[in-house]
Design a protein around this ligand. Structure first.
Ligand code: NAI
Ligand code: MG
Length: 358
């Protein structure tokens, strides 16, 4: 049976980078005899324009039927005037919730060819390869009750609720341990168990799950220390697992250690390895339609799709090796260019990766 892959190009540079990534996916599927069936649907601003809804029913149906989804990016100045619930970005939040994508995998991997882009000294980041596993559908971003209300003295008070159930903690912990097994067998769980009860429970449940993974080494770290350690000595980490809020902050911090937003893929997984794969960057309206976008983050998202949803690590490895080979040849889009280097277009970069897949 063929694997159904849904493409959601979205807005801005989304269609440009997804076009190249889809070409890489087709090439890898050919090369490794993977039976795939590609289809395309609208999400975000383009879906608002065409269907009056950022996540229209046809897209919803296609997403539910797909084995994996490859997304570009959504949003842009054209829709900035819309009220929050109607904006393109809401389409992305809705598809994540609809597909119950609770596990967000964000690698921070520094390509040696791009070491100069890091915000840290070369020796601190050389060989950096971290995976942040962030819980994506719970925690304080979704907890109820929430709101802003008026106190008796007339002053207003804002409040949110930070909660995690044992089941929610257990499934993200399992994803982290399973991920560590594909890597260096080390998990660091990040919490604030010295202050927050919800993360005391988090620590307890993570410990319990760890007992089923005796081959994986578990450590714990408070989030304030983890933030320090990430910029002090980032290479000490292999897999970091944490909740939604801490993961949001730490994954962006880790991303900057690599310095190149155009190089960072991500995966959001459900309990059955179905996933939504997307570059970390947005729709980059400032360069959209100019052939300047770096397609590598989306191409590397395809590698994650093959590894995590289709179980085809050999094809994923081949794509990652091809990306490295293209960088070795000195090909650069503007965002990763060094002074005096050769700058190529989105399409040239994509074609070079396709040709390098062997
Ligand atoms: P952005 O990531 O789109 O752009 C930030 C900067 O990085 C810009 O200078 C852009 O040109 C550059 N950049 C981003 N991706 C690049 C690539 N592949 N190649 C070369 N340069 C690249 O973030 P920004 O400007 O904050 O947001 C723009 C729009 O994207 C907004 O509407 C925002 O809401 C949306 N957005 C969407 C996301 C998504 O779809 N997941 C995530 C973040 C933002
Ligand atoms: Mg963020």
């Amino acid at each position: 049976m063929s694997a159904k892959i849904l493409l959601l190009p979205g807005d801005g540079i989304g269609p440009e980078v997804v076009e190249q990534a889809a070409a890489v996916l087709r090439r890898a599927a050919d090369r490794f005899a993977i039976d795939i069936e590609l289809s395309e649907a609208d999400l975000g601003g383009i879906a608002i324009d065409r269907h009056g809804d950022a996540y229209p029913p046809a897209t919803q149906q296609a997403a539910r039927e797909a084995d994996a989804v490859l997304m570009g990016s959504v949003g842009g100045p054209k829709w900035d005037g819309l009220p929050a619930p109607d904006r393109p970005e809401k389409g992305l939040l809705r598809i994540r919730a609809d597909l119950d994508l609770f596990g967000n995998l964000r690698p921070a991997l520094l390509y040696p060819q791009l070491a100069a882009a890091s915000s840290l000294k070369a020796e601190l980041v050389a060989g950096l390869d971290i995976m942040i596993v962030r819980e994506l559908t719970g925690g304080i971003y979704f907890g109820e009750p929430r709101g802003i209300h008026r106190l008796e003295n007339g002053e207003r008070e804002g409040y949110n609720t930070y909660r995690y159930s044992e089941r929610e903690i257990e499934r993200i912990a399992r994803l982290a341990f399973d991920t560590a097994r594909r890597r260096d067998n080390r998990v660091c769980s990040v919490d604030k168990a010295n202050v927050l009860e919800v993360t005391m429970l988090w620590r307890e449940v993570v410990e319990r799950v760890a007992s089923e993974y005796s081959d994986v080494e578990l450590s714990h770290m408070y989030v304030d220390n983890a933030a320090m350690q990430l910029v002090r000595e980032p290479k000490q980490f292999d897999v970091i697992v944490t909740g939604n809020l801490f993961g949001d902050i730490l994954s962006d911090t880790a991303a900057m250690l690599t310095g190149s937003i155009g190089m960072l893929p991500s995966a959001s997984l459900d309990a059955n390895s179905k996933g939504l794969y997307e570059p970390v960057h947005g729709s980059a309206p400032d360069i959209a339609g100019q052939g300047k976008a770096n397609p590598l983050a989306t191409i590397l998202s395809v590698a994650m799709l093959l590894r995590y949803s289709l179980g085809r690590s050999e094809a994923a490895d081949a794509i990652e090796t091809a990306v490295s080979a293209v960088l070795d040849r000195g090909l650069r889009t503007g965002d990763i260019a060094s002074p005096g280097g050769v700058v190529v277009t989105t399409q040239q970069m994509g074609e070079a990766v396709v040709e390098s897949i062997s």
